[in-house]
Design a protein around this ligand. Structure first.
Ligand SMILES: [Zn+2]
Length: 356
């Protein structure tokens, strides 16, 4: 058992000089030992098959990690080389090294517990082939998305309360004096809230992607460049809704669930009747599709999604991809998939999962 007592000491001038010398020697030896650890770490940062520009093998690869015991055992050798070390009692130097390693261990537990291993391989997981039940998905601002089967995910002002809090925090930050301690505190709060919102949004999008994955085997989405849309007059809402991110998440989820997600040309998809394919002009505020030609009536977003589905199936047929599928998917021709949604648009409440 070790008991530590602390006493106040009153050294005379000579003793004080001596103690200061010891302290300085301790500082130098501490830094030397720390440098040795740091060199070891940076020597091993470099990829094994090459020399990087920022780190080299300062210490050869067979050199062991400079542990406490190793550095302590090296002290007598070091004393021969640097006589200054000998003037300090050996326990003092040993304790010094011990303190360094305690601090090092503490540092490694805290926050540096992860190792990122990147494995490169020639294998690539192929994208799922289009097959089975197809749906088109139209994203919008009034409804977050609508499918050709009639499912509508209601539009949402993203996390109203979370945004309100963000605004308050930003206002508080603007009143703080720059580079003061309070400014830094307020800035961290704003950053935290931003992260919170982005996490919530991602979580929502993952759940929605899985929901859509439950509904279909093949999903057609717009090929629109949402970044351009974000520059227009709908900018704020578009950025909030983060459609580009949603499309990426949908593809990611699809790949893991064997749901094919394809982009199709979306130009004018909202201005086309999905039933007879003539152009039916609509303004942004027109929420209803009503075809003067074939009398097809349906919600505007659902009509757009159905047109996307049409185009997707056409695209696959022209590429010869669809024929390949129907070769062994008896009774699931593209035409039948088209028939599935024709005239059978149902209310959101009527469907949870479309019948396959
Ligand atoms: Zn029509």
């Amino acid at each position: 058992m070790i008991l530590n007592y602390t006493y106040r000491i009153y050294p005379d001038a000579k003793q004080e000089t001596l103690l200061l010398e010891w302290l300085e020697t301790c500082r130098v030896s501490y830094n030397y030992a720390l440098r040795e650890i740091k060199d070891y770490i940076s020597s091993r940062k470099c990829p094994i098959d090459r020399c990087s520009l920022e780190s080299e093998y300062i210490m050869p690869c067979h050199y062991p990690f400079p542990s406490y015991h190793q550095q302590q055992n090296n002290l007598p050798l070091a004393k021969r080389e640097f006589p200054r070390l000998a003037s300090v009692p050996s326990q003092v130097l040993q304790t010094n090294i011990r303190r360094l390693h305690d601090a090092w261990d503490f540092f490694r537990h805290r926050g540096y517990g992860f190792a990122v291993i990147a494995i490169e391989s020639d294998l690539s997981i192929p994208d799922p082939m289009p097959h089975g039940h197809c749906i088109g998905v139209d994203v919008g601002l009034l409804s977050y998305c609508a499918t050709s089967d009639g499912f509508v995910e209601p539009g949402r002002k993203f996390f109203k309360t979370a945004y309100r809090r963000l605004k308050v925090l930003q206002q508080r930050l603007s009143k703080k004096q720059k580079r003061s301690a309070n400014y830094e505190k307020a800035r961290k709060r704003v950053e935290k809230q931003h992260n919170h919102i982005s996490f919530k949004r991602k979580d929502y999008q993952f759940k929605l992607a899985h929901k859509l994955g439950d509904m279909a085997d093949t999903i057609f989405v717009e090929d629109i460049d949402f970044r351009l849309m974000a520059k227009g007059f709908l900018s704020k809402q578009t950025i909030d809704a983060a459609f580009g991110q949603f499309r990426s998440i949908l593809k990611y989820v699809g790949k893991r669930r064997d749901v094919s997600v394809c982009e199709v040309n979306s130009r004018g998809s909202s201005q086309t009747c999905p039933n007879c394919r003539i152009e039916v002009k609509k303004e942004l505020e027109d929420r209803w599709h009503s075809c003067p030609e074939c009398k097809y009536e349906i919600d505007r977003d659902i009509a757009s999604a159905q047109e996307l589905c049409n185009r997707g199936i056409e695209m696959l047929s022209t590429q010869g991809l669809w024929g390949k599928e129907i070769g062994y998917q008896v009774g699931l021709s593209g035409v039948m998939s088209l028939d599935k949604w024709r005239g059978v648009a149902r209310l959101n409440s009527d469907i949870e999962k479309p019948a396959l």
